[in-house]
Design a protein around this ligand. Structure first.
Ligand code: DAT
Ligand code: MG
Length: 136
């Protein structure tokens, strides 16, 4: 069954020139791009996006980082797109949890600068797509 997921190439991925790498891996996996936009977000959008982490010790740094420069937001579509992209991304910690061969495992070194975001469930995907692409 086809589904949609919200993907971000975070500001570290954009500044390091890894947008093409991320999109290339998405496409080679067989997933399709349904929307794509380069933008710098205001804190309010970032707060909504990361609402589940409100109150955690890293929350403020996370918002500072995600609003620090342009990012690329995408809607990615295909069979099991949510899990498929999480698999391409690798675990949250690029060293401890992401194996080589994944985006974070290949290009990341620190938890905060882990290059990409991908929705973690159908409910998150629906909620996040509404935040980033309300007209989709
Ligand atoms: P994921 O992005 O793999 O879904 P998450 O939803 O648990 O991970 O956390 C969101 C982001 O917050 C994560 O990509 C990086 C940051 N983060 C998570 N845990 C952290 C920690 N212990 N220290 C610093 N940043 C953290
Ligand atoms: Mg998450």
């Amino acid at each position: 069954m086809s589904e949609r997921t919200l993907v971000l190439v975070k500001p570290d991925g954009v500044s390091r020139g890894l947008v093409g790498e991320v999109i290339s891996r998405i496409e080679r996996k067989g997933l399709k791009l349904a929307a794509l936009e380069l933008r710098t977000v205001e804190r309010g959008v970032a707060e909504q996006h990361y609402a589940e982490h409100d109150g955690k010790p890293f929350f403020n740094d996370l918002l500072d980082f995600i609003t620090s420069g342009p990012l690329v937001a995408l809607v990615v579509e295909g069979t099991r797109a949510i899990s498929a992209f999480r698999q391409l991304a690798g675990g949250t910690d690029p060293v401890e949890k992401a194996t080589p061969g994944t985006l974070r495992g290949d290009f990341g070194l620190e938890v905060q600068y882990n290059l990409v975001h991908g929705s973690d469930s159908p409910e998150s995907a629906e909620r996040e797509i509404k935040i980033w692409f309300p007209n989709l």
